[in-house]
Design a protein around this ligand. Structure first.
Ligand SMILES: [Zn+2]
Length: 103
């Protein structure tokens, strides 16, 4: 597994490379959107995939191209659940809303 190491201070150097959950292509971390899981119990227990553009949220993160086709592919294959260690299908409304703004 690839360890996600948060940037510490003004470190420069090589840009980390991550794999997109949707198309499985490798890309520089800066070209991908970090997402994390957010658990909820209301209205029913479940979890959501929420975007983390600043890569600041704690916990396990995953990366996907900020493109609807990659999000759809990841959702269809259940890749978010595997990457974020959650069971069941996630709510991707927040993610889709973010991508929808990008024309
Ligand atoms: Zn992709």
């Amino acid at each position: 597994m690839v360890q996600v190491v948060p940037p510490s201070g003004g470190q420069s150097g090589r840009t980390p490379v991550r794999t997109c959950l949707g198309c499985r292509r490798r890309a520089e971390q800066t070209a991908l959107l970090r997402v994390v899981a957010s658990d909820h119990t209301d209205p029913v227990p479940g979890w959501s995939v929420v975007p983390d553009p600043r890569r600041r949220r704690p916990g396990r993160g995953a990366y996907v191209h900020p493109a609807p086709e990659c999000v759809t592919a990841a959702t269809t294959r259940g890749a978010f659940g595997r990457a974020l260690r959650r069971a069941g299908r996630p709510d991707t409304t927040a993610l889709e809303a973010l991508l929808g703004q990008d024309d």
